[in-house]
Design a binder for this molecule. Structure first.
Ligand code: SF4
Length: 284
């Protein structure tokens, strides 16, 4: 007997017609998750802007005109505490390997001698973006390292001084979100779940002396949080703005004059910024 054609939601298809495919899942990147956590409208403006560039057609943001702004993003913070900041360079042993390096990122610290780097070979074979087809996530960590004991983990490099305003700096918390998403990309690509990811801070002016890093844990709690975060983002068809100085002053769409909800214009938010001479900045 001929097997029945599968039906959608229990409804048998009309003979001669094909079953419509489900709508494609919205692909997300670690950057999307970071911007959504700050301000969903910022993520939506980015998405519309990139789609417009890619397709050559103007894509409008989903956010309806007149949407009421929120006091904070609907995305809860991720669970778990990062390790204390470790000063100094990330130590590389003779049995450690560099598995991947973002080929378009210049100025990354050179931690591995050429004979311990497989990064070019990986990019030649698999391309420069890590893609998790199962979860619909893709992105580029700065580095992926395999330790001699088999541990694989991503490294996200931030060209900033580890100790300068470490606890006050608004960006540091977002680095944690980004690394959790990159841990998932490593897990999907190499089939081995990292125990942690690394945010590696370096300051070019310090010649290595001002470098340091934190380890961000990655386990079931963080994986579940990420999965729920991606579900929430995809289900949100409003993507409301969260206008606040702490958000709007770091917002590229605000810099480009694209946001009608901004608490203040980008220039106004940066007008009083004083560039202190480097020697007068505070170091611990
Ligand atoms: S300017 Fe402010 S409200 Fe507008 S998208 Fe950026 S962070 Fe959100």
């Amino acid at each position: 007997m001929e097997a029945a054609t599968p039906s959608v939601a229990g409804v048998a298809p009309t003979p001669g017609t094909s079953v419509p495919s489900p709508p494609p899942v919205e692909h997300l990147s670690p950057h999307d998750i970071v911007t959504y956590f700050r301000c969903p409208f910022e993520m939506e403006l980015h998405r519309a802007q990139h789609l417009s560039w890619r397709t050559g057609q103007k894509v409008m943001p989903l956010t309806p005109t007149g949407t009421t702004p929120l006091g904070h993003s609907p995305l809860p913070p991720p669970p778990g505490e990062s390790s204390d900041a470790q000063p100094g360079r990330l130590i590389v042993g003779p049995h450690d390997l560099l598995l991947y390096q973002d080929p378009d990122e210049s100025g990354l610290p050179i931690l591995f001698p050429p004979e311990q780097s497989h990064a070019h070979a990986f990019v030649r074979q698999h391309g420069s973006t890590l893609i998790d087809q199962l979860w619909g996530l893709s992105g580029r960590p700065d580095l992926v390292v395999r330790r001699g004991d088999g541990q694989v983990f991503p490294v996200e490099y931030k060209e900033t001084h580890l100790w300068e305003g470490y606890h006050e700096h608004h960006g540091r918390f977002f680095d944690v979100l980004q690394v959790i998403a990159e841990c998932r990309l490593v897990e999907a690509t190499w089939g081995s779940a990292p125990r942690f990811g690394v945010v590696y801070y370096g300051d070019a002016q310090g010649g290595g002396e001002r470098e340091g890093y934190v380890e961000v844990p990655y386990g079931d709690l963080q994986r579940n949080w990420l999965q729920q975060a991606m579900t929430l983002i995809r289900a949100d068809k409003v993507r409301a703005p969260v206008p606040a100085e702490r958000n709007c002053q770091h917002c590229e769409p605000n810099r480009d004059g694209l946001c009608r909800y901004a608490c203040k214009g980008f220039e106004e938010l940066h007008r009083n910024e004083r560039q202190e001479p480097f020697s007068r900045r505070r170091f611990y």
